[in-house]
Design a binder for this molecule. Structure first.
Ligand SMILES: NC(=[NH2+])NCCC[C@H](N)C(=O)O
Ligand SMILES: [Mn+2]
Ligand SMILES: [Mn+2]
Length: 313
């Protein structure tokens, strides 16, 4: 059994697995099947074997939310659906955090992080966000070219861009200096500008190559959590990993993190003892051959386990 270092959690150390079969933030079918596959691969048992008490009340059903008519708002696709699903996720995640449980949200597409991070910040307004991704997901209503909201959640959390009444529930509680990215390699021009203008710290694959993942993690934590005392929300998009490691995802980009670099990130976050919420997003079991799907689901499970205390020795 691993040592569960979790400074913010009361005993018994409890995880709440929040399965979010949702794909409305992008256009490829199948990402809603991610959480089902992750749970069926034995994730819950593995977490219990690490010493956690695990609550899992089944996957969240968002059917009742599906909006009959949801025309685009500007370029944004499925805007009302994404908003109401994320609001409901914010509520669920926020309740778990308030109850002293560590929510592990399984996506689903990354628009869900608008909900999960809102939930975390509702209890821990000083939490920092560590965003592991090939993409910055920081487009605004003005800069997005795809209109896919999974490419935009961070801008909502920071309160950037034009205000959309349907998203008035999202409190812009995230401060730019509490956000750090690792793994970036596919940014839109508008996103580069937003990162620069807001002084947002980002370690692209260039920095991972230059310094190695060990120093990148030290520098990332020094930036968002200099005294190692703030709660951490880790939002991990599986496409941060190289497509040779995690092929079954909607927007793969070559030149990504290795298997070990991904796990090292999670291991270091666990070692801080500061993790209060975790997202594992964008596993899409419909996009590859069965062996690639199995591989992607397996790596998703093992990243979660590493972040929650699984060690090599
Ligand atoms: N969560 C993701 N996989 N996001 C990909 C976003 C891609 C692109 N930047 C967009 O805004 O559409
Ligand atoms: Mn991504
Ligand atoms: Mn993402």
């Amino acid at each position: 059994m691993a040592t569960l270092t979790s400074k913010f959690l009361p005993n018994p150390k409890t995880i709440a697995v929040v399965g979010c079969p949702f794909s409305g933030g992008q256009s490829k079918l199948g990402v809603d099947k991610g959480p089902i596959h992750l749970v069926e691969a034995g994730l819950i048992t593995r977490l219990e074997e690490l010493g956690w008490k695990v609550i899992f009340d089944g996957h969240h059903q968002f059917e009742e939310i599906s909006t009959a008519s949801d025309p685009p708002i500007g370029k944004l696709k499925n805007p009302r659906l994404v908003s109401s699903v994320c609001e409901s996720v914010a509520d669920v995640v926020g309740t778990h955090v308030r109850n002293g449980q560590l929510p592990v949200t399984l996506g689903g597409d990354h628009s869900l992080a608008m909900g999960t991070i809102s939930g975390t910040l509702s209890s821990y307004p000083d939490a920092c966000v560590i965003w592991i991704d090939a993409h910055a997901d920081i487009n605004t209503a003005e800069t997005t070219s795809s209109g896919n909201i999974h490419g935009m959640p961070v801008s909502f959390l920071l309160g950037l861009g034009e205000k959309i009444p349907e998203y008035a529930w999202v409190k812009p509680l995230l401060r730019p200096e509490r956000l750090v990215y690792i793994g970036l390699r596919d940014l839109d021009a508008g996103e580069r500008r937003i990162l620069r203008e807001n002084n947002i710290k980002a370690f692209s694959m260039h920095e991972v190559d230059k310094y190695g993942i060990g120093r990148v993690m030290d520098m990332a934590l020094d930036h968002v959590n200099p005294n190692r005392d703030l709660p951490i929300h880790l939002s991990f998009d599986v496409d941060a990993l190289d497509p040779s490691v995690a092929p079954s995802t909607g927007t793969p980009v070559r030149g990504g993190l290795t298997f070990r670099e991904g796990h090292y990130i999670c291991e270091v976050i666990h070692e801080t003892g500061l993790l209060v919420a975790l997202d594992l997003m964008e596993v899409n079991p419909s996009l590859a051959d069965p062996e690639s799907v199995r591989q992607t689901v397996a790596v998703g499970c093992s990243l979660v386990c590493s972040a929650l205390g699984e060690t090599l020795l």
